[in-house]
Design a protein around this ligand. Sequence first.
Ligand code: C5P
Length: 238
Amino acid sequence: MSALDHVIVALDNMNKNQIFEFLQKADNKIPTIKIGLEQFCNYGQDFVFEIREKHKLNIFLDLKLHDIPNTVHKAIASLNGLPLELLTIHLTGGARMIEEALIAARENLAGTKIIGVTYLTSLDQSDFKQLWGFEEEQIKGQFQRLIKLALDQSLHGIVCSPLELDWVKEIENAHDNNVLKVCPGIRFAHEIGKNQHDQKRVMTPTEAMDKGADYLVMGRSLTQCEDLVSGLKNLFSV
Ligand code: C5P
């Protein structure tokens, strides 16, 4: 397995032509791409098949489903047969929603792993306080409750910021069980504090892998970098 096998490139902020140009430039160096809400709302299921057919890539469909259990079940069932490696739901949808997501995936998406989003990496302490009234010292417990829920429901993995990986490890150790850890909020060292866009809880690729991430989700740091080939080559050198 090469280091780039741990990197998932988020294909946001581009139209279809730009995406195919980007993939051409990447020259088969990226094994897995992420299609998010933007592209799925724009181009739908046909686009997923088209990308798979043209580039033979692994596909992570990041829909972050969050609704009542029946609606999430039906939404996943309607993706029947899509060639997906990973699909996201929000853990805050609760145990029943997670159960229905897993049932629908088993029935309709052979081999797709369902991954639960903890809290968005665009949220920080002041958002946690504003939204849920969490004081700083309560945040760890709130994360760990969601991580435990993912383990209890036998979800395949979770999405979290690399800053929470130590908290995930504590819960994994306590329950003698592991989940796949997929981490967005990744920025090159030279971007941290200067060019984080809307990401607030960030780390570099090397730091995140050292902390135990299984996959890094990287969007704008790669899709908008001047020299993609050297960006990919130097991903883990800083
Ligand atoms: O461009 P950037 O590297 O910030 O892209 C990160 C990607 O990861 C985006 O597609 C975003 O939707 C996704 N994501 C995230 N935070 C989460 C879950 C997914 O940033 N908690």
